[in-house]
Design a protein. Structure first.
Length: 269
């Protein structure tokens, strides 16, 4: 069972026949999945192992292989997997698993089914990753060429995918801007979008909220207590109010907070 927002908020059918009853101007309703008792990784991780597994899920859940939408999604998946080749997260898993998980969560839990938002979910870290490597002085033709490629997102994937990725890319940290300042700018930008363009903001938050949900599901065990407290506070202040307002990802974010608190409690014992 699932629900699906569609490109402009209109009801759309999943390939399995399930649907979302959220016409434009209404909030998404939350469907309880059987997987709610599992972690997000337990529920969907096998589908995010690599591009082949992810694309098999896309064909089963969303688009037939012969459609233009599938081809657009396929190209983003392959580019993202290639970009993060050899990169691992703090969990020890290949980094591309996180990228595909964010895409899957955006569909299964936030109601996305248009290729633009799905591609932004999968490619949400691509630009920041390359910019961070170059800012650190990493000299590799791979990153130089990828900087040029990431400047062509609109040309290759369309205006909306570019706009969504830009909206989910934090300002760069440099000698004049601290990480905290960059975060403050990013969240101020989110707040402005929430008041000036709620339809676009909803799509941007479907990406950002799915990213935060996966991070809370997988990285809490790897954070120190201080960092974990910061992430919990940030999620409560900067994510949950929007999730409540939009009616998406509330259970996932709350479970991530509860999991983080359990880890902090164990650390005190």
């Amino acid at each position: 069972m699932g629900f699906c927002r569609g490109a402009l908020g209109a009801p759309r059918l999943f390939k399995d026949g399930s649907h979302g009853m959220n016409p434009p101007g209404t909030l998404l309703f939350q469907i309880h999945f059987e997987e709610d008792c599992m972690s997000l990784r337990d529920a969907y991780g096998a589908r995010a192992r690599d591009s082949a597994s992810y694309l098999a899920w896309v064909r089963e859940r969303l688009y037939a292989a012969s459609t233009p939408d599938y081809e657009k999604v396929r190209r983003m998946a392959l580019e993202t997997e290639e970009l993060f080749e050899g990169e691992v997260r703090l969990t020890g898993e290949p980094y591309h698993v996180h990228c595909f998980m964010v895409g899957i969560i955006s569909v299964e839990r936030a109601g996305v089914c248009d290729p633009d938002t799905l591609n932004a979910a999968v490619g949400h870290d691509n630009r920041e990753f390359v910019e961070e490597k170059l800012d650190k002085g990493v000299s590799h033709t791979k990153f130089d060429s990828w900087r040029a490629e990431l400047g062509r997102v609109e040309e290759k994937f369309g205006y909306m995918t570019e706009r969504l990725i830009a909206a989910n890319t934090s300002p760069r940290v440099n000698h004049t801007r601290s990480s905290r300042a960059a975060h403050d700018i990013f969240y101020a930008r989110m707040a402005e979008l929430a008041t000036t363009d709620i339809e676009f903001f909803r799509r941007a938050f479907e990406v950002r909220g799915s990213d935060r949900s996966d991070n809370l599901d997988t990285l809490t065990e790897k954070m120190g207590v201080r960092k974990l407290r910061e992430k919990i506070s940030e999620t409560k202040v900067q994510y949950l109010p929007y999730a409540d307002r939009l009616g998406i990802l509330v259970p996932e974010l709350n479970e991530g907070i509860r999991n983080g608190r359990r880890i902090i409690a164990r650390a005190k014992m």
